[in-house]
Ligand binder design. Structure first.
Ligand SMILES: [Zn+2]
Length: 189
């Protein structure tokens, strides 16, 4: 399969999603038993390690490094080399914190949020913040902090929505199928 998809700027395009599927399948095949692999998304830049499932999530969200067309860090051309040289990590407990991932996305969308939180120097002059934008930010933050149901530690309301949207894109569910499924789930809870 051609890997031109890596340069496709439309990360919802069929070609791009098929490409990610192809990469994930490749990573599974060449890193059997690995719980984490290095992530070739544009943020992790093949320097951070993630579960294979999370790597798929990152590739949809951030895009793959555009020049990474030979997957040498994921086993390509290493078929005949001892597995000890392959890029893999075994016996590492996967740490998937969906809330952290969603907070990252929110901070990307609202740069003032991370600026104010991280840099509170006295000589900082904060840029004026649009009140409607701030309201939207507060609403999202409230949802990210609200547990999906009482006692749920894995998902907040917002991370659950993001995961559902991710599943919808990944499995190319039509809107009607997704809405039917979500409404059924809502009835169940
Ligand atoms: Zn990544």
């Amino acid at each position: 399969m051609s890997r031109r998809w890596i340069q496709n700027p439309n990360r919802c395009a069929d070609e791009y999603l098929d490409g990610i599927e192809d990469f994930i399948e490749f990573a599974h095949r060449h890193n059997p038993g690995a719980t984490k692999i290095c992530c070739p998304c544009m943020r992790c830049n093949n320097t951070l390690w993630e579960t294979i499932e999370n790597v798929g999530f990152h590739l949809v969200r951030n895009g793959m490094i555009e020049t990474y067309s030979i997957w040498n860090l994921h086993g390509e051309q290493l078929d005949h080399v001892s597995s000890s040289n392959a890029t893999r990590m075994d016996n590492v407990e996967p740490i998937v914190d969906y809330n952290d991932q969603v907070i990252d996305i929110i901070q990307d969308a609202f740069p003032f949020a991370s600026t104010n939180i991280n840099y509170e120097r006295e000589d900082d002059v904060p840029a004026p913040i649009d009140s409607a934008e701030f309201e939207q930010y507060e609403k999202l933050l409230k949802n990210v902090n609200q547990e999906l149901y009482p006692g749920c530690e894995s998902f907040s309301v917002l991370t659950a929505i993001v995961e559902l949207m991710h599943g919808k894109i990944k499995y190319r569910m039509s809107n009607i199928v997704a809405i039917t499924f979500w409404e059924f789930s809502r009835e169940c809870f």
